[in-house]
Ligand binder design. Structure first.
Ligand code: NAP
Length: 424
């Protein structure tokens, strides 16, 4: 029987699905010891700090991660940073294979004038801020404007727009960070414009997300009928199934009679952002009608860009186009990549299951004789590591703290508070 050691860097969905795939390939002849390393004191990646708090069902996939984590052959080393606490080279020497699953957390830039004005932020900041990510707890998010523009036509833009346009008391029974709920409750934002540079037929939203919009109880959702009619004409007869379903969902919204709520979420299509203007902070966005020179301006005090992400660089790893350079997940000798770091920021959480599984099959194909065992845990300062059982203590404390408040959990936000809950 051969027992191989595998290090997975990043305790997000792609990392857990990679571990699960390895577990599923075990047999009488082949077994794995899997160590998952995570920079934060908490695992679950985007399921904890990306998924919108008003989408609790999506977060139930964390049960799968916990099953993987407690199956007996997986250890968690959280609060351990690659590069400072341990190097990639250390891992490559100590393990039979190393899997990078570090995602993509850097927001892409529009590259237009005014983008760095106060009041212009990336979803890569706004989303982890409202989700209690410890690195973003001190961001100052100013919602003192009546109009916000969200640039991008994907599900992240939709999450951001919804969070801005919900009646804030709707967030009370969610795990939104307290600091964010306080700011949302003081928010002056009443109109949120989701702005797409192309037509509705090219929007990257998925239709389940669109279909839930008419169910919002306190927010008007407005799509112009003419935008959908024009999109249907452009899409033609051989329209793809997903596009058809999206346009049908948008047509249902367009057909709604506005309900007269205080808050409005409005879709704008074929608008290319050209410049963000303002003296000391954002005051307006200049757009061109896509495909023309015709300019128009919308006054607003907040711009949030949700136009995709790039991977954070890792020492000793080549990157191209915001991703780890790889061939089908193979990076180099005993080094692999999965998830958004591999393929870019695309797909839903479940997409990572088949993706990670495909890469782990290649990893198994490449295995030679197991290396002599050298336990990396011996080299880490155990007083600074959050293990699976310590994470379980944090998790239980957060869930218990949420119970009395009617929330699924009440997240600790400060890094020290998380470590303290974990007994460090
Ligand atoms: P995305 O789906 O790729 O959407 C990015 C959007 O940004 C596109 O509409 C794109 O327009 C636009 N864009 C890119 N560059 C631009 C520019 N320079 N100027 C203006 N617009 C620009 O990315 P995402 O929204 O970040 O989502 C990432 C992945 O996570 C997606 O697969 C998404 O479905 C998934 N996700 C899922 C959920 C959910 O299931 N509820 C929630 C959040 C995220 P073009 O098409 O014109 O390039």
């Amino acid at each position: 029987m051969a027992r191989y050691t595998v290090a997975i860097v990043g305790a997000g969905p792609a990392g857990y699905f990679a571990a699960q795939a390895l577990q599923n390939m075990q047999s009488d002849e082949l077994t794995f010891s899997i160590d998952i390393f995570e920079r934060l004191p908490t695992p679950w990646g985007l399921v904890r700090s990306g998924v919108a708090p008003d989408h609790p069902k999506i977060k139930t996939v964390s049960k799968v991660f916990e099953k993987v984590a407690t199956a007996g052959n997986v250890r968690l080393f959280a609060n351990v940073e690659l590069g400072s606490d341990i190097s990639l080279q250390d891992l490559k020497v100590a393990y039979d294979a190393v899997v990078i699953a570090t995602g993509s957390s850097i927001g892409k830039k529009l590259g237009i004038p005014g983008e760095d004005l106060p009041g212009s932020i990336s979803a890569a900041t706004f989303v982890p801020w409202y989700n209690a990510h410890p690195d973003f707890k001190d961001e100052s998010v100013d919602l003192s404007t009546s109009t916000a523009i969200v640039i991008g036509a994907g599900n992240v833009a939709m999450d951001v727009a919804r969070m801005l346009a919900l009646e804030p008391t709707e967030l009370d029974p969610t795990d939104t960070a307290d600091h964010a709920i306080d700011v949302f409750k003081e928010s002056a934002v009443r109109t949120v414009i989701i702005s797409a540079r192309r037509g509705a037929e090219h929007a990257a939203f998925t239709s389940p997300e669109l279909r839930e919009l008419p169910k919002l109880e306190h927010t008007n959702v407005i799509i112009e009928k003419s935008d959908i009619a024009a999109a249907l004409i452009r899409a033609g007869e051989n329209i793809e199934k997903d596009v058809k379903s999206n346009l049908e969902a948008m047509a249902l919204i367009a057909d709604q009679v506005p309900a007269g709520h205080e808050r409005t979420m409005k879709f704008q299509f074929l608008a290319t952002p050209k410049e963000i203007r303002g003296r000391d902070k954002v005051e307006e966005v200049i757009f061109t009608k896509t495909g023309t020179d015709e300019e128009f301006s919308i006054k607003c005090g907040l711009v949030i860009t949700a136009i995709g992400y790039e991977a954070t660089l890792l020492e000793g790893v080549d990157f191209e186009q915001g991703k780890v350079k790889n061939t089908d997940g193979r990076v180099g000798e005993n080094l692999y990549v999965v998830g958004w770091a591999k393929r870019g920021p695309s797909g839903v959480i479940g997409t990572n299951k088949s993706d990670s599984s495909d890469v782990m099959k290649l990893l198994v194909e490449d295995l030679n004789n197991p290396k002599p065992h050298s336990d990396i845990a011996d080299r880490l300062n155990s007083a600074l590591v959050i293990t699976q059982s310590q994470w379980e203590t944090i998790n239980a404390a957060e869930v218990a703290a949420g119970e009395s408040k009617g929330k699924p959990r009440h997240k600790a936000v400060a890094w020290d508070d998380l470590l303290h809950l974990g007994g460090l």
